[in-house]
Design a protein around this ligand. Structure first.
Ligand code: XMP
Length: 308
């Protein structure tokens, strides 16, 4: 068992000793690891840390607002709205790996732009033990990030030796809300891999609305404790529905709810039918562009958790 208080105390001292009076930046995603790393470093060096949160327009409903609310008084927090830039870069792209590549490059471009403005010497990262153990073995790497104009950012990884449950303990001890500390994993490319086929602003908005309804029902029924991830996928298929006495042509969405320990395998648990019916009805009632809701029953393997 880790002594959380001792870990926090020592980490704060180490960060202070290393950084001295230099500036540090972090790409804060609002996920557990980068949030805890930010909170920890902020305890150590306060305003010398700049936490940059990039809204790439592929976030869930109200996510940017929630992350901003959580951190704006705790950290030197900067929200960068790059939504239009990302959605434009994705226009016409349907291949999932191509989407990932474009989003990854765009993210680096936006972040580098911000890094240059900040004058930072260090880049803080929320790397945790499982991120490097398998690929690197037990050797501590000294890697730095060199930006295209030759600016070298030295990397600090205060959570490097921790596992997820320990990171959560540190986050709780530092006063981060449960909503952040126990957040379900959300892929870096965000809704771009849950909006199948071409990503457009309209499709993102439809996916966001339906997902928010599922989220609300899951939280109300407290099903989230037993689930690894739960979300709505907007398929690229339009199917016929009926509104009043008119035939209608709208989107088919899929509800995906899985249990897992490490995302390597996943299974679809028994889910209460009443809950599923209620979610389905609410989605078609509140999101008029959707005419059909279905449920994914496939485990991983053979399926993956995400649809793209
Ligand atoms: P799959 O779909 O491969 O997903 O079963 C396993 C876990 O990884 C997440 N995931 C991603 N995370 N960038 C990420 O940061 C990605 O491109 C990506 N693709 C999938 C997924 O949400 C699940 O938790």
């Amino acid at each position: 068992m880790m002594d959380t208080e001792k870990f926090i105390e020592e980490s704060i001292q180490n960060i202070k000793d290393e950084v001295k009076d230099e500036k540090v930046i972090i790409a804060l995603s609002g996920g557990v690891d980068s949030s805890v790393a930010s909170a920890l470093a902020s305890e150590a060096i306060g305003k010398q840390l700049e936490a940059i949160f990039v809204d790439h327009g592929l976030l869930r409903k109200d996510e940017a607002k929630e992350v901003e609310e959580t951190f704006k008084d705790k950290l030197n927090f900067k929200l960068v709205d790059a939504a239009d830039e990302f959605v434009e870069a994705l226009a016409g792209i349907t291949d999932p790996e191509k989407k990932r590549e474009i989003i990854g490059h765009k993210f680096i471009e936006v972040f580098e732009r911000e890094a240059k403005k900040s004058g930072a010497k260090y880049l803080l990262q929320g790397t945790i033990a499982p991120d490097w153990i398998e690929s690197e073995g037990n050797i501590k790497s000294h890697h730095n990030l060199t930006l295209p104009d030759g600016l070298v950012l030295e990397i600090i990884e205060p959570l490097r030796e921790l596992y997820k449950d320990e990171v959560r303990e540190v986050g709780t001890q530092l006063g981060l809300p449960d909503k952040i500390v126990h957040r379900q994993p959300f892929p870096g490319p965000g809704l771009a891999v849950r909006v199948l086929g071409e990503v457009t602003k309209e499709k993102l908005d439809i996916c966001r609305e339906a997902n928010a309804i599922l989220n609300e029902f899951v939280e109300k029924e407290e099903l989230d404790k037993d689930l690894w991830q739960y979300f709505v996928v907007l398929t690229n298929s339009k199917v016929t529905g009926v509104k009043g006495d008119q035939r209608d042509f709208g989107y088919l969405v899929v509800i995906r709810m899985v249990q897992s320990f490490d995302a390597m395998t996943a299974n679809v648990p028994d889910l209460p039918w009443e809950f599923l019916h209620n979610v389905s009805q609410e989605i078609t009632a509140k999101v008029p562009q959707i005419t059909h809701v279905s449920l994914s029953l496939s485990n991983k393997p053979p399926s993956t958790i995400e649809f793209e």
